[in-house]
Design a protein around this ligand. Structure first.
Ligand code: SF4
Length: 368
């Protein structure tokens, strides 16, 4: 079987849609399924999956885009460090335009601060080795998928005695917000579990979600047939009154996950409470640099304090990240806010829900 047949075959897609309709019909009530992965958000919009699902299934996006869930206060702290003398901030490109309370990293660079885009935290180590009189700070943002790369950079800095390198850590962990959201205003009937995160934490990572909240969880790949299969598996669970962790993406994700990456995470970090944009503080949902490596902790090295952060009150990113609103519910969408001039993080990030709707959604037809 070739790639197209395996993952994008139209006949198989039609059969899956028919099966999904049968399963949804058995439930005979509205079903809300949430994806918590920015790459799934993009794939669902790009492949028109929302238009394929039965009418009683609503697909909503949750807090799966790492840039989107990074709170304003973190951006403000990064800017505060960038403004100090002799500091080079290094970051992934998506973070550059995320608005802080009054500025962004891109605006700061425009005003002369040294902010550089890197493709890996290990690149930041190289910058540190080539700029020994400067302090190099890497912005550690992401989930269990990117956190190991920052851990490798910290271990490299330790091994090679790179003293002018540190990480401003804001990496988060996925299962905890899935549990927290179950106590929110939206009734969620099932989760499409994030594929990349699952490759690290394995099927076992979602056991707490199922055990504590009795909500179906299906680990799903990114291809259209993966997503349709995952939706059918979730809807089958809802129809049959089951709540289990199932794995559609078994060609990549194992029951126990990536033990080597997990060891790295456990070596360099400790779990901590974390603040999520739109969701607030969630207990035990983030990584902090462990005491053994605290000399690489930029928050401790620079002792940053920032005033109370403020979000643009017109932006509804927070509600979008909780699945309560769609981008089209925002009066600024495609008017004051678009990818060229983003007002909120959900439009800035290439994995944000507003950016996905802008790029692939039907809003232009709706306006016609
Ligand atoms: S369209 Fe822009 S302003 Fe509106 S919610 Fe999305 S990012 Fe925020």
């Amino acid at each position: 079987m070739n790639y197209i047949d395996e993952f994008r075959n139209g006949e198989i897609a039609k059969k899956l849609v028919t099966d999904l309709e049968k399963s949804a019909h058995k439930v005979n009530r509205p079903i809300t399924l949430m994806e918590v992965c920015g790459s799934h958000t993009m794939a669902i919009y790009r492949h028109g999956i929302k238009e394929l699902v039965p009418q009683n299934i609503k697909l909503v996006s949750g807090p799966g885009c790492p840039v989107c869930v990074t709170p304003v206060g973190y951006i403000d702290a990064a800017i505060e460090i960038a403004r100090r003398d002799n500091v080079i901030i290094t970051t992934f490109g998506d973070m550059m335009r995320v608005p802080g309370t009054k500025s962004s990293l891109q605006a700061e660079r425009g005003m002369g601060e040294d902010v550089r885009v890197v493709y890996s935290p290990v690149d930041a180590i190289e910058i540190a080795q080539n700029n020994k009189t400067a302090e190099i700070v890497f912005l550690g943002v992401g989930f269990e998928t990117t956190a190991p790369t920052s851990a490798v950079a910290i271990l490299t800095a330790e091994r090679e005695s790179v003293k002018n390198f540190s990480v401003l850590m804001a990496c988060k962990t996925m299962p905890e917000p899935m549990i927290a959201l179950m106590a929110g205003e939206l009734k969620i009937d099932g989760y499409i579990c994030p594929a990349h995160v699952s490759a690290i934490i394995g099927e076992a990572g979602y056991k707490p979600v199922v055990n504590k909240k009795a909500v179906p969880c299906v680990i799903t790949g990114f291809e259209p047939l993966d997503i349709l299969r995952g939706l059918r598996m979730l809807t089958d669970q809802v129809a049959e009154g089951r709540a289990q962790v199932e794995n559609e993406y078994f060609r990549v994700v194992t029951p126990e996950g990536n033990r080597k990456a997990q060891d790295l995470l456990n070596t360099v970090y400790v779990k901590t409470d974390a603040v999520w944009r739109g969701l607030g503080k969630i207990p035990n949902s983030g990584f902090a640099i462990s005491p053994a490596y605290e000399k690489f902790d930029a928050a401790k090295r620079f002792k940053v304090t920032v005033p109370e952060p403020k979000e643009n009150p017109a932006c509804v990113c927070g509600e979008i990240l909780r699945g309560l609103k769609d981008p089209l519910d925002c009066p600024l969408f495609a008017k004051a806010c678009d990818p060229e001039n983003p007002i909120g993080a959900c439009m800035v990030s290439s994995e944000g829900t507003c950016a996905a709707e802008y790029r692939y959604g039907n809003w232009r037809h709706n306006d016609a």
